[in-house]
Ligand binder design. Structure first.
Ligand code: KIV
Length: 272
């Protein structure tokens, strides 16, 4: 958004907390490019995440580990340019905040300066709170991410439900409180039992955003390509497809191929 075009309805981190307090659910999707982000923003979404799931959805990698700070900046810059309403949050990729607090702060400031996003998201609990504090103290809003944290997938050994057992559930609750104390304005809760997500949500003042965490969280997020039916074969229980764009795109491409082959495109009106 430009210097002189202040949108009073622009969603901020404060709006997320207000929505939590008023009981209005927060709707979020991911986006990784200008065109898609523009469509999602114009439809009235509350928040857009440039997820490191760009590694899977945009680059075709098996997991989120390979994506770099430079690549996240490329995607985040494109998204931020398209958005005038939603809160724009960018994932800090694997390796950009784990080495040291100083390096994390340097990467966080770089992402903020070069992209124009509103906030950052980081995976992890108590082990990253000092880093979260340093970033928040630099004036950068941070969203935490607990439960299934894909950057640690090799430690978990799979994408199954997290925090089913008492000990892990207790650790997750303690992590949520530690993140909140460190200054997080929100926490993503991924693939955990609905009852645990409800317990976290009622015990923190920051906003919880769920994915595969039931409907008691303050909001929901889905990867846009899954939610709009662009991806194939990814069918976790929590996913609902709100459109079937893959079928529509395939039909459009087939129509185009046929029109070219039959010399129906371009016609006279489409020629100079
Ligand atoms: O990277 C991502 O898209 C995410 C969401 C699934 C929460 O972290």
């Amino acid at each position: 958004m430009g210097y002189l075009t202040t949108d009073k309805k622009k969603v901020t981190v404060k709006t997320f907390i207000e929505k939590k307090n008023s009981g209005e659910k927060i709707a979020m999707l991911t986006a990784y490019d200008y065109t898609t982000a523009g469509i999602i923003d114009a439809a009235g979404i509350d928040g857009i995440l440039i997820g490191d799931s760009a590694s899977n959805v945009m680059a075709g990698n098996a997991d989120t580990l390979p994506i770099t700070v430079d690549e996240m900046i490329y995607h985040a810059k494109s998204v931020a340019k398209a958005v005038s309403h939603a809160l724009v949050i960018c994932d800090m990729p694997m390796g950009s905040y784990q080495i040291s607090k100083e390096e994390a702060l340097r990467n966080a400031i770089r992402i903020m300066k070069e992209t124009g996003v509103d906030a950052l998201k980081m995976e992890g609990g108590i082990e990253i709170v000092d880093t979260v504090k340093a970033i928040v103290n630099a004036g950068i809003p941070v969203m935490g991410h607990l439960g299934l944290t894909p950057q640690s997938i090799h430690q978990f050994g799979g994408y199954g439900l997290r925090a089913k057992e008492e000990a892990e559930a207790e650790k997750l609750l303690a992590d949520a409180h530690a993140l909140e104390e460190a200054g997080c304005f929100g926490i993503t809760l991924e693939k955990i039992p609905a009852a645990l997500a409800a317990k976290v949500t009622e015990s923190v003042v920051c906003a919880t955003i769920g994915i595969g965490a039931g409907n008691a969280t303050d909001g929901q997020i889905l990867v846009y390509a899954d939610a709009l039916g662009l991806t194939e074969g990814f069918k976790p229980k929590f996913l609902r497809r709100f459109a079937e764009l893959r079928g529509q795109m395939t039909a459009g491409v087939e129509d185009y191929i046929n029109a070219v082959k039959e010399v129906d495109f371009p016609n006279g009106n489409e020629s100079y």
